[in-house]
Every structure is written in structure tokens, then in C-alpha cells.
Design a protein around this ligand. Structure first.
Ligand code: CAO
Length: 557
């Protein structure tokens, strides 16, 4: 079977565009007209479809590459059936444009540069599409609309496109809602205020039957939705990766996928180039929601965005310093992993929103450590090793029962006291911090807790924790005991109200009333939410914990 080079077709006025998404990989079977990659200029993004059906043998482009008309995207081992685009491109090995581009004047009515009073915004020329469904409304009455700002997204069975505003002004009335169908000329919105009218500019619109992508207008172009037979265009005015409009930046197929799953794209953090949302991001978001670890875009914007220089203004802070580190020496930039991004956003929210205080204390675990060591010797054959953390979990359950507000959560002005004791423990994994949860620790012995902890920690490191294994904790312990340190200030894992940090135990001279004696002391750092817990209660909690750890028989009382 013939090897066919699939090339970038006619993409209108764009000289060079960046590859921002790879939608297939070597070994995939692709259909004719199936989208292969997404490319993006500063004004538009478009999916480049395959001119032929077959199996992908070789990728010739990578993320970030610049391509133009004629660039080879990939090599396909073509199947016998004639490719859909063959009629437009008899020799698929030659640079055969899949898109026949045609300059089409849209929004032809020249308008005054400025006007005042109500202005109607209509659905412009959307090519051959009829009765397209409104799948997304991106603005609301009262919003100040810029020219070319996307108002709604519409979708046919073949394409989706964002419909931009032909005018600037304040949105007084929106005439469509999600689920409506619209056609060229339909009234979309009424704007008021000082309205500036876009100048009419010809844009390239895919027009051939096999057309597969469309191209937005030149920089000063009129706000014209552009669509084509298979793929569609991100909004011409949708500044990719820009934050001004805050619109989800994703390809039509990803939008469709998100809709099928009921995922609000505006909440998803894009990991693609320039923050583009990929199918994997939507999947990851779904998993995160299921596990209760989902973050909103707003949360994330406050965390990693700060590293990229954006954050701070929401809190009235001065902007995050933006430094060109390369000026001072060689650098390497690496995107943070998904778990780090998710946990970062959650940690930041919790650090900012909770009036947290940390009490430090020491517990004498000399006898407990001796007991632990002898237990492990006795149980050597069972393969289950008991660590100090398992004893701590049991001790904490006893303290949580004695001081129930530590096992509660805030719900508005009420406290929800939980009559179950599920303990989360921070686990250090190659992908970042994870918090597996051991359920019903009040009903389990130290051996069972140790065993479950070992299994959950392994799963966490292997990235195999299921959603149920990361949710429902009532209290969390973060142990750095195996690593070192003295004290630290752990951040509360909301909606919990307290967290215990534990560091490495050390032999210390302790005054017993007559003399200094060597005792194994365990540093404890209890962080608590001052809205729920008072300082005295926190001191009592730590003192009680210390008593239990110094004489574990108290757990039975
Ligand atoms: N003092 C002294 N030694 C301790 C100790 C303590 N408090 N806690 C554990 N140790 C010892 C253990 O006994 C073990 O020693 P041996 O190998 O000689 O038996 C060694 O340290 C390693 O223990 P461990 O870390 O494997 O086991 P653990 O039960 O203490 O902890 C787990 C398990 C999953 C919590 C841990 O591996 C981990 O990931 N810790 C990091 C948690 C973290 O990152 N917290 C920070 C969150 S805030 O960013």
C-alpha cells in the first residue's frame, strides 16, 4: 500500500502557523478528513485534516513547530479506498490543498467608525451552514463587548465556530440561548453605549467541498465567523492563551468531548501550548472532579499563574515579579505536572482563605518506638512493617474523638461534626504530593492501618490511586519523619479544619525532675483553623496526643 505524505493545505493568508496540538500518533488509523493537528496563528486556530485514510506511519511535525501550506504533517500508509479529498487532490503525494480557499467579503456593510444608541448584532455569513445549534453563550447582559469578541459558539454536525461581535459596546440583551438554532442574519444581541463598528475586510473562507479548515481574518479583519466542512475555527477574536476574555481555548472536537462529559470548559486548565485545552485535560478534569481534587481555573489562575507573572492583582497585591532569568545565566523551563498544578491551586486557596495557626510540641515516643521495633521483629515473617505513622493515626483518632471539632468541617455558619474517622496521609510521589485516605481508622488496628498505608502509598507512587482512595478524609497527617527536619507548618487540607505535621524523632536530654535522661522525642506541628478551633483547644489536643504517644495504653481508655 502506498505511503502518502499529508500536507498542510491552503490555509489562506497565513504564512506560518504554529502546531499547538497533535491529535493522532504513529499507529493510529485515520479516516479521510479526520483532524490530525491543530495549528494556530495569532488570530485563529484550525484543525488540519487528513487528505487520505490509512494508518499513520510517521509524524513529521512536533508541538511548537512552524508549518505553512505544503509542509508535510505526517506519512500515512493509505488504504485502498479513494481518499475523500482525492477529487480535489488527485496526487496525494503532491502538495494538494485540502482546503480551497476563497476570498469572501463578509460583513460588507461599511459602517460609520462610531455610532451610539442600540445596535443589533446579527449572525454573519456562516457559509453553507443552516440551523446551527447554539452550544455555548460566552457573554451576559451588562458585559462590555469588544469588536470581534466571541459571543456564542454554534455547531453543526461537522463544525463548530465562535460567532464574534460586529460592534463594541455594552451588551443590553442577548437574543439567543444554549440550544437555540440560528441562521445567517438572525438577531443575536443588542449592544448599547459607544459602539465602534468593524471595518469590512475580506477574509479567506474555506469553500471547497472537501474543505477542512477555515481561516480567520487578517488582523484588522471584520468579525466574521469562518467555518468549513470538517473542522472549525477558534474565534477570530479569541486571543489564544490570552486572559483578557477568559474564554476557553479549545478545538471544536475537544469542546464536543467536554460537552458529552458535561465538563465546563471554562473551569479546565489547558496544558497545551499557550494554555490550550486538550482532550487529555478534559479527561484529567473529569478524573479530578471524581476524586474531589478538581480545581477551578480561577483557583489555578491564582497559583501557577503567579509564576507566569499574572497573579496578585485579585488580592490587591502588587504584580508577581517578572524576571528574564536568562539574562543572568542559562535556564531551562519545564511545565509543572498536572498533580502539582492541581495541588498548588488547592494549597494556595487553603493558605489564603484559612486563618491558620500552627502549634509545635514534642512527644516522648521512647517506649512506643521500642514497642514498634519489637512488634516488627515479632511480625518479621508477616511482611507487614509497622511504622510510627500508623501509631500516630491511631493516636490522632483518639484525640479527634476527645476533641470533635478537630474532626469537623465548616458549612457556612454551621459546623458539621463527622462521626467517622477517615485519616488522610500526605505521600510524596514522583508526580507530586498526594493524599490517600485510610477509612474508618477507629475500627482498625495498627497492623491493618500499616498494611493499608503501604498499599495506598505504593498506589500513589504508581499513579494508580482511585478517586475513592483520595476523598473523604476528616483529618490529615503529613509525616516527614522518614526524611528529617524539626518542625514545619503544614497547610490545612480543606474542608478539614486541622492537619498534623510530624518530623524526625531525635534523642534528646529531657529533665525528669531530678536529672536529664535521654528520651526519643517526636516533633509535632499541628495547624488548625482558628475560625473553628481556639488556641487553648489546640494546645490541649497536642498535649493529649503527647500523652497517648508516651503511653499508648491510653488509646484504650
Ligand atoms: N522519626 C524518625 N524516623 C522515622 C519517622 C519519625 N517520625 N517516621 C518514619 N521514620 C523512619 C521509619 O521508621 C523508616 O525507618 P526504617 O527504614 O529504618 O524502618 C524510615 O523513616 C522511612 O519511613 P517511611 O517514610 O517509608 O514510612 P512512613 O510510614 O513514615 O511514611 C509515607 C510513609 C508515605 C508518609 C512517606 O513515605 C512519605 O511519602 N512521606 C512524605 C510526606 C510528605 O511529603 N509530606 C509533606 C507534605 S507538605 O508538602
Amino acid at each position: 500500500m502506498a505511503l502518502v505524505e499529508v500536507q498542510v493545505p491552503d490555509i489562506g493568508d497565513f504564512d506560518e502557523v504554529t502546531v499547538i496540538e497533535l491529535m493522532v500518533k504513529v499507529g493510529d488509523t485515520v479516516k479521510a478528513e479526520q483532524s490530525l493537528i491543530t495549528v494556530e496563528s495569532d488570530k485563529a486556530s484550525m484543525e488540519i485534516p487528513s487528505s487520505t485514510a490509512g494508518v499513520v506511519k510517521e509524524m513529521r511535525v512536533a508541538l511548537g513547530d512552524k508549518v505553512k501550506q505544503g509542509s508535510v504533517v505526517l506519512v500515512v500508509e493509505a488504504v485502498a479506498a479513494a481518499p475523500a479529498a482525492a477529487s480535489a487532490a488527485p496526487s496525494s503525494t503532491s502538495p494538494s490543498p485540502v482546503i480551497a480557499s476563497e476570498a469572501r467579503q463578509t460583513n460588507p456593510a461599511p459602517a460609520a467608525p462610531a455610532a451610539s444608541g442600540p445596535v443589533q448584532v446579527h449572525v454573519p455569513d456562516i457559509g453553507d451552514f443552516k440551523d446551527v445549534a447554539v452550544i455555548e453563550v460566552m457573554v451576559k447582559p451588562g458585559d462590555t463587548i469588544k469588536i470581534e469578541q466571541s459571543l456564542i459558539t454554534v455547531e453543526s454536525d461537522k463544525a463548530s465556530m465562535e460567532i464574534p461581535s460586529s460592534h463594541a459596546g455594552v451588551l443590553k440583551e442577548l437574543k439567543v440561548k444554549v440550544g437555540d438554532t440560528v441562521n445567517i442574519g438572525d438577531l443575536l444581541a443588542i449592544l448599547e453605549g459607544t459602539v465602534t463598528v468593524a471595518a469590512p475586510v475580506a477574509v479567506a473562507v474555506a469553500a471547497a467541498p472537501a474543505a477542512s479548515a477555515a481561516v480567520a481574518s487578517a488582523p484588522a479583519a471584520a468579525p466574521t465567523p469562518v467555518a468549513a466542512a470538517v473542522a472549525a475555527v477558534a474565534a477570530p477574536a479569541h486571543a489564544p492563551g490570552g486572559t483578557t476574555l477568559g474564554l476557553p481555548h479549545a478545538s471544536p472536537s475537544v469542546r464536543k468531548f467536554a460537552r458529552e462529559l458535561g465538563v465546563p470548559l471554562a473551569e479546565v486548565i489547558g496544558s497545551g501550548l499557550k494554555g490550550r485545552i486538550t482532550e487529555a485535560d478534559v479527561q484529567a478534569f473529569t478524573q479530578a472532579v471524581m476524586s474531589g481534587a478538581a480545581q477551578t481555573k480561577a483557583q489555578a489562575a491564582k497559583a501557577p499563574a503567579q509564576a507566569s507573572g499574572g497573579g496578585g492583582s485579585e488580592l490587591g497585591l502588587i504584580p508577581w515579579p517578572k524576571v528574564d532569568f536568562a539574562k543572568f545565566g542559562p535556564i531551562e523551563r519545564k511545565e509543572m505536572g498536572r498533580i502539582k498544578k492541581i495541588s498548588g491551586a488547592n494549597l494556595l486557596r487553603n493558605a489564603i482563605m484559612i486563618p491558620a495557626v500552627t502549634n509545635h510540641d514534642d512527644a516522648d515516643i521512647t517506649d512506643l518506638e521500642a514497642f514498634r521495633v519489637s512488634t516488627n521483629k515479632e511480625n518479621e515473617k508477616s511482611g507487614v512493617k509497622v511504622t510510627m505513622l500508623a501509631f500516630l493515626i491511631k493516636a490522632c483518632v483518639a484525640a479527634l474523638k476527645k476533641y470533635p471539632e478537630f474532626n469537623s468541617s465548616l458549612d457556612g455558619d454551621a459546623l458539621v461534626y463527622k462521626n467517622y474517622w477517615h485519616i488522610g496521609f500526605a505521600a510524596d510521589t514522583p508526580n507530586g504530593l498526594m493524599v490517600p485516605v485510610i477509612r474508618d481508622c477507629d475500627k482498625k488496628g495498627v497492623l491493618q492501618i500499616s498494611q493499608e498505608m503501604g498499599e495506598l502509598a505504593k498506589k500513589a507512587r504508581d499513579g494508580k490511586l482511585g478517586p475513592a482512595e483520595m476523598t473523604g478524609a476528616t483529618f490529615t497527617i503529613s509525616s516527614l519523619g522518614g526524611i528529617g527536619g524539626k518542625y514545619f507548618t503544614p497547610i490545612i487540607n480543606a474542608p478539614e479544619v486541622a492537619i498534623l505535621g510530624v518530623c524526625k524523632s531525635t534523642m534528646e536530654p529531657v529533665w525528669d525532675g531530678k536529672q536529664f535522661v535521654p528520651r526519643l522525642m517526636l516533633p509535632l506541628s499541628l495547624t488548625w483553623d482558628h475560625r473553628v478551633i481556639d488556641g487553648a483547644a489546640a494546645a490541649r489536643f497536642n498535649a493529649f496526643l503527647g500523652q497517648i504517644l508516651s503511653d499508648f495504653r491510653r488509646v484504650l481508655l
